[in-house]
Design a protein around this ligand. Structure first.
Ligand SMILES: C[S@@+](CC[C@H](N)C(=O)[O-])C[C@H]1O[C@@H](n2cnc3c(N)ncnc32)[C@H](O)[C@@H]1O
Length: 217
């Protein structure tokens, strides 16, 4: 998400990505808890745009937090569409359940509890998926891409947040405040998606970097 709300982001949010009271209350709760690490509203609108353009009906999200991005995405699904969202943190799961229960899209959301490494193999029985949104532990992005390669349909979407890793991807070496393994893993993830035989990819230059890739195989 955009960590600093610039006048331009504020303008875009107000004009095109206004939050309703439910999304605003998730936003406020996370701010109060000092974990405002959800996507921004304008990114929620962008995810909705991708779902609509791509006619995505079956989506997997890795990293629910309080369900902010899940609700944005669920609201763009066509009738009968479904989103599976995975989270391992009991406090986050409780928060997300609370907000999902208040949402009109609750029936199109299934929350799967546990570490994504354990949950995703079980979810393979529901494949193929039209889209995956990766927004969890950064060191595991390649593991999630391995899973997506097998379980997202040809021409399906792979979307991932924070792929600039706090603005460090353009550096030659990992900076001191980033674990080298995480930095190298994110570099590798981005490079895998730059294989133009397999993917049609770009990165939207949000503050954090939002990768959008079409899986060509
Ligand atoms: C950045 S937050 C997700 C924000 C959310 N997508 C949004 O924009 O509203 C990352 C979430 O991933 C969860 N997470 C981190 N590693 C995970 C893992 N290995 N398996 C499942 N969930 C994980 C964390 O508990 C946290 O809730």
């Amino acid at each position: 998400m955009a960590r600093h709300l610039t006048p331009s982001i504020d303008y875009i949010r107000k004009l095109y990505a206004a939050q309703d009271s439910l999304l605003a209350s998730i936003d406020e709760s996370l701010l109060r808890l000092n974990i405002p690490i959800h996507i921004g509203a304008e990114e929620g609108k962008l995810l909705q745009m991708l779902i609509t353009l791509h006619r995505a009906e079956k989506i997997v999200e890795i990293g629910t937090l309080a369900g902010y991005s899940t609700i944005w995405m669920a609201r763009a699904l066509p009738p009968g569409g479904h989103i599976y969202t995975v989270n391992k943190d009991p406090a986050h799961i409780a928060m997300a359940s609370h907000f999902f229960d208040q949402s009109e899209v609750r029936d199109s959301i299934t929350m799967l509890e546990g570490d994504a490494h354990a949950v995703l193999p079980q979810l393979s029985s529901e494949a193929p998926f039209d889209m995956i949104f990766i927004d969890a532990d950064k060191i595991s992005y390649n593991d999630y891409l391995d899973w997506a390669e097998k379980n997202v349909r040809p021409m399906g979407l792979i979307v991932a947040d924070n792929t600039l890793l706090h603005g460090t991807m353009g550096l030659d070496l990992p900076p001191q405040n980033i674990a080298p393994a995480t930095w190298h893993n994110m570099r590798r993830f981005n490079e895998r998606l730059a294989d133009h035989e397999k993917y049609f990819t770009t990165m939207i230059a949000t503050q954090e970097g939002l990768t959008v890739a079409i899986k060509l195989f």
